[in-house]
Design a protein around this ligand. Structure first.
Ligand code: UT7
Length: 327
């Protein structure tokens, strides 16, 4: 029997129209365009002023289905990677299915912070590889502005809102998801966390007063782990699959910090032309960064191109996916 791989056969992004520049932020908190640009590479980010994560995801899904000419009823499974679900429950996947008419799909949300998309992509691929499903949507979406403290300059300048979706379908030409290495270390949970709102610290007046529903990050600590682990796991997946830097056409890195991206590319021996970067215009959209990169660079991708997707985020979670572009 022919080996079935899960290929990305379409990609679509959605970002809100509303742009928040570094200058806009400098009017709210004690920061500057110079600091944000040199420390992170970010110039501006998009902010959703009206609506929820499901609205961005649904917009991306609707556009993807339209451009591929696929009836929503054909989609069998929807996995939504997010840390900003519409509600603790029901899942954002349920809401997106309802908003886009995917009445025959089942779905669920997956929390792996900035690694959410590679976790979800790997998981979704299994349902295709097993022969169980023929059409799976993997979505990375976050409305980070809903959990940002605009009095905390160390976090509010970094993140933005956005969504991306890919369609996975069976492939027998050897293209698609070929390998992944996924890791986690819960000992890192204190360094990047939304402390309240879950069962550990349910919402109370105190949690609100103490601003515990917002993202808290010890930036330097996270940076240290991110820069090492994202580079290491990217090199590891290359070695495991006997790939040299010449074999890799594109690095698709999580967009948290240009310095982390540069270190990863350097460790892999890749020149900057092979690295997808859009952090300057969207900031860190958490689960949204990787599909938004694929969307932005779609026109430059060729059938058979070798891609390494790589991410690091809260949890800690991190990993890399090796795939061949299918169209
Ligand atoms: O995506 C999930 C994973 N997250 C990451 O990968 C993020 C990893 N961390 C980082 O990218 C970086 O640590 C940051 C961009 C968050 C911060 O950059 P940094 O070079 O590590 O800065 P720092 O935290 O060491 O702060 C340096 C200085 C401090 O002032 P002092 O103590 O030297 O006087 C901060 O108070 O910069 C100050 N600072 C700011 N200044 C202007 C912190 N945030 C700002 C700001 N504007 N927005």
């Amino acid at each position: 029997m022919e080996k079935i791989t899960a290929a990305i056969t379409a990609v679509q992004g959605y970002v809100p129209d509303n742009v928040m520049t570094n200058e806009d932020l400098a009017k709210i908190v004690d920061t500057s365009d110079e600091w944000i640009t040199t420390r992170t590479g970010i110039k501006e980010r998009r902010i959703l002023t009206d609506g929820a994560s499901s609205d961005m995801a649904a917009a991306a899904v609707a556009q993807l289905l339209e451009k591929k000419g696929i009836d929503p009823l054909e989609i069998e499974l929807v996995i939504v990677a997010t840390v900003t679900p519409d509600y603790p429950f029901p899942s954002t996947a349920n809401v997106v299915c309802d908003k886009t008419g995917m009445k025959n799909a089942w779905g669920y949300d997956l929390i792996a912070a900035c690694s959410g998309f590679i976790y979800a992509l790997t998981t979704g691929a299994k349902f295709i590889e097993s022969g169980h499903h023929k059409k799976v949507l993997v979505i990375g979406v976050d409305k980070m502005s809903s959990i940002l403290d605009y009095e905390d300059r160390t976090t509010c300048v970094i993140f933005g809102d956005g969504a991306g979706v890919v369609l996975l379908e069976p492939n027998t030409e050897g293209n698609g998801v070929l390998d992944s290495i996924l890791k986690s270390d819960g000992a890192g949970r204190h360094y990047l966390i939304q402390p309240a709102g879950g069962s550990a610290n349910p919402p109370t007046h105190k949690t609100v007063d103490e601003r515990m529903h917002f993202v808290k990050q010890e930036g330097q600590q996270v940076f240290k782990f991110a820069v090492t682990n994202m580079a290491e796991v990217s090199a590891e997946i290359m070695e495991k699959n006997n790939l040299t830097s010449e074999d890799v056409d594109w690095l698709v890195p999580h967009q948290a910090n240009l310095r982390i991206i540069d270190a990863t590319a350097k460790r892999m021996g890749l020149p900057s032309e092979k690295v997808m970067i859009n952090i300057q215009k969207y900031g860190n959209t958490t689960a949204g960064t990787l599909p938004l990169c694929l969307w932005d660079y779609e026109s430059q991708l060729k059938k058979g191109d070798t891609l390494i997707l790589s991410a690091f985020g809260g949890g800690f979670t991190w990993g890399a996916v090796y795939l061949k572009w299918a169209y």
